[in-house]
Design a protein around this ligand. Structure first.
Ligand SMILES: Cc1cc2nc3c(=O)[nH]c(=O)nc-3n(C[C@H](O)[C@H](O)[C@H](O)COP(=O)(O)O)c2cc1C
Length: 215
């Protein structure tokens, strides 16, 4: 037991993190609105050839106030609202119905950048959610419409059988586009010398307040 633990520990200690070169972050040039900065950092991530820069961690809390987290795909950004889609009866959907607040975390390793978004969660119109559902591949629609995400599965055969017998439906009323209304949005630029730069935007009545944070 301890041998295995030591071996993993030394492996972990040998892994580099935030290795050079990483870009600089001149916060004096940061735009007034975090959505503009998010978009420019996303474009940098795409240009840098990062795989799936639109993958993010969605954190929610369960009925006991305990955190839960998983990876989702960012579907859109409108104003300062970050959109994702899922089944409303999945565990995360149920958690969001009970506690409509969430956090999103993006990490783009090649650039040493992390973005955190926190805020209240809203749902899109049923027409927008329906359109998102229709844009999914046939197999993704079939799986989603079954509505059994995260339920126990007896074996892989059961999944294959059910999927092969099910036609992709044109609609799924539970498929929902959710938006996190950015209340706090933090941009973190890692530095190989650990002199990291952090800028937090906080939404106030009529503008965004910008605050530098200690790393
Ligand atoms: C890269 C990646 C993208 C994913 N995108 C989605 C997504 O957009 N919507 C979704 O419901 N699940 C997505 N998943 C699956 C979720 O991480 C999760 O396993 C599933 O939604 C069940 O979560 P829950 O039990 O907390 O409801 C994705 C997983 C990965 C690794």
């Amino acid at each position: 037991m301890s041998l295995v633990t030591n071996s993993i520990r030394s492996t972990l200690r040998g892994l580099p993190s935030l290795a050079a070169p990483l870009p600089a972050f001149d916060t004096s040039q940061a735009p007034a609105n975090p959505a503009a900065l998010f978009q420019s950092w996303l474009e940098n991530a795409i240009d840098a050839g990062l795989r799936e820069p639109h993958a993010m961690t969605l954190s929610t809390v369960d009925a006991h106030g305990r955190p839960d987290a998983r990876t989702l795909i960012l579907k859109d950004l409108t104003g300062a609202v970050w959109w994702f889609a899922t089944h409303s009866l999945s565990p995360k959907g149920t958690q969001l119905t009970a506690t409509p607040y969430a956090a999103l975390t993006f990490y783009w390793p090649t650039l040493g950048r992390q973005i955190r978004v926190r805020g209240a969660v809203i749902t899109a119109s049923s027409a927008d959610s329906a359109r998102d559902f229709l844009e999914r591949s046939e197999s993704a629609r079939t799986v989603a419409a079954l509505g059994n995400q995260s339920k126990p599965l007896a074996n892989a055969e059961e999944r294959r059988t059910v999927l092969s017998r099910t036609e992709p439906p044109p609609e799924c009323p539970e498929w929902t586009l959710y938006g996190v209304v950015g209340q706090e949005v933090e941009f973190w630029q890692g530095d190989p010398g650990r002199d990291h730069t952090r800028l937090r935007y906080t939404s106030t009545d009529d503008e965004w307040e910008r605050t530098l944070l200690w790393p």
